[in-house]
Design a protein around this ligand. Structure first.
Ligand SMILES: [Zn+2]
Length: 419
């Protein structure tokens, strides 16, 4: 059992605590519940006490010799960041496509020429489980050093039973062996594999009749995601896959309206998805439907930047009452980053979120997007002790001084893992 940790005299301790339960919308996204001269006591993996340093002194001064004391003068404390959308477990690398795109090729050009997802699919099929494990572990280490303590991870580079299961098993092992928590999503419907070109419905049959039942049987995923896009899966095919998953206990998620408006946001509301992803081209009707049903918009501004697209209308979505979360979309093609702080900066710069909303989108609302808000996403007594100490005095500077990693230290379940 590790020593208790007492972090005290933080210039700002952003707790994100609220009476409001469930995904936060509108002004609730700006309620950070900040404690000045804040103090927090971590013990047995959870938060035991939180308040001003004066308040905690009364309770803990007699135990001062037992604890590791962290003087946080001039520093900010927040919940561990949460990345609710990654494609982190894959084989290979695609830096040559970066150059192709700089020379003018589009994401869809590259994919239609057998690159993109298909290239990673080939490399992921060829890689051993051990090789994928090693590559993914490095990425998880990088997430941690950027203050990320929990991520969602998708399969979707196998596109056949064997490799989809291989990716999910890598994530299952990393969940046990790595400090980061990984919440797994099955995404067999990430692309139509080349061997099913022209026989798309047969691939949908394979997902619905064989892959999803096997994934559910082995309890390898909690969510089921589909790339609903022109030239990938139609809204009808997407609905079939999402409903089949839902019937097996897998909560729907959907890559929606990224490249063209295609009714993905509307479909997310219709099938009761927990979240819809990307949404660069989501229609006003789709946004209104998401607000009505409380579907979380999981927005990926680093992907938009990397593909040189205009980012999603984050500001308009919040104003329309949609709960917004943000994510790296960490993947080898359109967003090879593990920096959630960069994503928070970009959410402000390219989607006009305020620094407060951006932080909510990367913590509490992100936890809601992976159904983990009872455990993580805010600093409250009894919650998991996933904490980041930042080398800046307030949350505004975290967003303002962009492109820099301000992480000082990270605790996961009360144990220091960075710093
Ligand atoms: Zn994605």
């Amino acid at each position: 059992m590790s020593k208790p940790v007492w972090i005290k005299h933080a210039s700002q301790l952003v707790t994100m605590a609220s009476e409001h339960k469930g995904p936060r919308t509108k002004v609730a996204m700006s309620e950070l519940s900040i404690i000045e001269d804040g103090s927090i006591w971590l013990e047995n993996g959870v938060i035991q006490a939180i308040g001003t340093t004066e308040e905690l002194k009364k309770r803990y001064n007699n135990r001062i010799t037992e604890a590791e004391i962290i003087e946080a003068v001039g520093k900010l404390v927040t919940p561990g960041l949460i990345d609710p959308h990654t494609h982190v477990a894959y084989g290979g690398s695609r830096e040559h496509e970066f150059e192709m795109r700089l020379e003018g090729a589009t994401y869809m050009d590259i994919m239609n020429a057998g690159g993109g997802i298909h290239a990673t699919s080939r490399m992921t099929r060829e890689a051993t489980e051990e090789e994928i494990f090693d590559q993914t572990e490095k990425r998880l280490n990088s997430f941690l050093t950027h203050g990320v303590t929990t991520i969602e991870g998708k399969s979707g580079y196998g596109l056949n039973m064997e490799t989809e299961l291989k990716q999910l098993r890598v994530m299952q092992r990393l969940q046990i062996e790595h400090p980061i928590d990984i919440v797994p999503t099955f995404m067999g419907a990430h692309a139509v594999p080349v061997e099913f070109k022209g026989k798309e419905d047969q691939y949908v049959d394979l997902i619905v009749n064989e892959m999803l039942p096997q994934v559910a049987e082995e309890k390898l995923a909690q969510f089921n995601d589909v790339f609903c896009e022109v030239g990938v899966f139609t809204p009808e095919q997407s609905k079939r896959i999402l409903v089949a998953g839902r019937n097996l206990g897998l909560t729907p998620k959907i890559h929606a309206d990224e490249i063209e408006p295609y009714g993905g946001a509307e479909l997310a509301a219709e099938v009761g998805a927990i979240s819809a992803e990307h949404l660069l081209k989501a229609s006003d009707t789709g946004i209104a439907a998401m607000a009505k049903k409380g579907v979380i918009a999981c927005l990926l501004p680093a992907t938009a930047l990397y593909l040189r697209e205009t980012a999603a209308r984050g500001r308009a979505m919040i104003d329309a009452g949609v709960p917004v979360a943000i994510s790296t979309d960490c993947n080898p093609g359109s967003s090879p980053t593990t920096s959630m702080p960069l994503v928070m900066n970009l959410a402000c710069i390219s989607m006009k979120l305020t620094p407060a909303e951006s932080l909510c989108a990367a913590t509490y609302n992100a936890a809601c997007a992976i159904k983990m808000e009872d455990k993580i996403g805010s600093l409250e007594i009894g919650k998991q002790a996933d904490i980041v100490l930042w080398n800046v005095p307030n949350y505004q500077q975290l967003q303002y001084l962009f492109g820099v990693n301000h992480v000082n230290s990270v605790w996961k379940k009360g144990v220091k893992v960075v710093g």
